[in-house]
Design a protein around this ligand. Structure first.
Ligand code: SF4
Length: 492
């Protein structure tokens, strides 16, 4: 049984993060949830980045091995054959020694030494510590399998690349020295993992910071079941202190002394323990004095791409494709006006979106956004790309106000559960009608994937999510924001 286990590089990486994760992967696979649409979209994008890297770095040359991902033997066989017939550039080359298997994005013959160089393509914008581990595994398995390695490179995204100059999209970083420094410790760790893989009893590893580092573990839903919905992990802004509590056996907030903290952290603990709501009416009144009618409640939905698609845009730039705008003209008015915009063509939405907004937002009054930095940054980046709109958009930016800090500083309800997300604050204060539950699109991640699907038609596993769902989601965001601000006015 143990002899038939293949430890691929991705399995080994799981094991490096946590041996229990490797155990579940090998022996309790049913505990692993299927990737949701957002994660699947990330995989798809990683694949697109890999294809473009092959085209650019191979300059149209190279031999691609393209089999079913689980056909380990097929990959190894094809790689050997490609090397023997003298290929110099092999994509998805794979090596195996004993039960250890590694696939590499690009294997390139080093013309000076006759050995091989490895290039791993990452869609990050820098080299990370786990990339070095990844390449060290690659280096060790390749060497043992008889494929001698000369240099190792991480190929990552250049965040300064500006479309259409996609020939500048990749940065190639030589990480050979870092890998060589890592070899000895990695040898020991791989031996441990192989011993561990043969054991069929569940390791006793407890949860810890490693559950989220370097990746969010796919088995969190299983291991974290014992942590109640409200615990020390819900206390915001306390960093590693939550693990100190956990390691002392303190999980319930009832056991935390509020006097150990100050400000809104102390208040959160007190409200949770006493199950009471805190309202600082004076503070709310003072904060609302900055709001000037008419109020324009604005929310953007954005898409971002590792490979930029539109003139003047960069990798991972947030591009607003959609907005919802509710206008409340005067405090005594009970009517609201609503405007919306949704761009679903695969073209730059920036100018059209901004020009539309300019016709709907007047020269006076505050723009209201929950966590305004995001909307301000979106407008700022449009202004940079379209200088003729810059002054007008800067005027908008200077008029933003934000309900988020008002809640953070002057209101707390135990139902916030340690977060000031609008999706938690709204139902806690306004009741179930402000909840997002049951909506086809109920969070920003799903909205982003749906948007990208509508724009590019590339992501197929979205179920029934449509243009109408997207409009409903964005409209809900601004409607809820209006209701929260009305709540603040009524409460002050
Ligand atoms: S959730 Fe944490 S403890 Fe459980 S397998 Fe993952 S990393 Fe290990």
């Amino acid at each position: 049984m143990a002899e038939s286990i293949i430890l691929s590089k991705s399995r080994l990486k799981r094991g490096l993060q946590c041996t229990k994760s490797l155990y579940f992967t090998l022996h309790q696979k049913h505990l692993e949830p299927k990737p949701g649409p957002a994660l699947q979209a990330q995989f798809d994008e990683g694949h697109e980045v890999g294809v473009l890297a092959r085209q650019q770095l191979g300059r149209g040359k190279g031999y691609l091995i393209d089999l079913k991902p689980w056909d380990f033997h097929g990959y190894v066989r094809e790689t050997k054959a490609a090397i023997e017939r003298g290929e110099d550039l092999i994509f998805e080359a794979s090596v195996q020694t004993g039960n250890l298997f590694a696939r590499t994005d690009i294997l390139k013959r080093n013309t000076s030494s006759g050995k091989w160089d490895i290039m791993e393509v990452k869609k990050s914008t820098d080299v990370r510590r786990d990339h070095i581990d990844d390449m060290t595994i690659q280096y060790l398995i390749s060497g043992k399998a008889g494929v001698a390695i000369e240099r190792l490179y991480v190929v990552h995204i250049n965040r300064d690349c500006v479309f259409p100059n996609l020939e500048e999209l990749f940065v190639i970083r030589d990480v050979t020295e870092q890998v060589l420094e890592n070899v000895n410790s990695m040898k020991g760790r791989l031996n441990e993992l192989w011993k561990m893989a043969k054991v069929t009893t569940e390791p006793v590893n407890d949860i810890g910071p490693h559950c989220d580092s370097p990746y969010k573990c796919v088995f969190k839903g299983h291991c974290w079941q014992k942590i109640p919905a409200m615990s020390v992990f819900n206390i915001y802004k306390i960093g590693g202190k939550k693990w100190e509590y956990y390691n002392e056996g303190i999980i319930s907030i009832d056991e935390v002394n509020p006097e150990d903290f100050s400000g809104n952290v102390k208040r959160m603990i007190e409200c949770t323990r006493s199950n009471t709501r805190f309202i600082d009416r004076e503070g709310i009144r003072s904060a609302l004095s900055e709001f000037e009618f008419p109020l324009y409640f604005l929310d953007f939905e954005t898409a971002m791409y590792a490979i930029p698609r539109y003139h003047g845009t960069r990798p991972y730039q947030q591009l607003p494709f959609q907005y919802s705008l509710h206008v409340w003209r005067a405090p005594e008015s009970s009517t609201l006006e609503h405007f919306e915009f949704l761009h679903t063509n695969d073209s730059d939405p920036g100018r059209q979106l901004a020009e539309k907004l300019l016709t709907q937002i007047g020269p006076v009054g505050s723009l209201v956004a929950y966590n305004r930095k995001f909307e301000m940054e979106c407008l700022n980046s449009i202004g940079k790309r379209f200088p003729d709109l810059k002054d007008k958009l800067e005027d908008f930016i200077s008029r933003f106000v934000d309900p988020l800090p008002i809640f953070q500083n002057h209101v707390y309800d135990p139902k916030f559960k340690g977060t000031f997300s609008i999706k938690t604050v709204a139902p806690a204060l306004l009741g179930d009608q402000a909840s997002y539950e049951g909506m086809e699109i109920a969070d920003g991640e799903m909205a982003q994937v749906t948007l990208r699907n509508l724009i590019t038609g590339k992501y197929s596993n979205l179920g029934r999510c449509t243009r109408e769902n997207l409009l409903a989601y964005c409209r809900k965001d601004t409607q809820v924001m209006v209701d929260l601000v009305k709540w603040l006015y009524a409460t002050q």
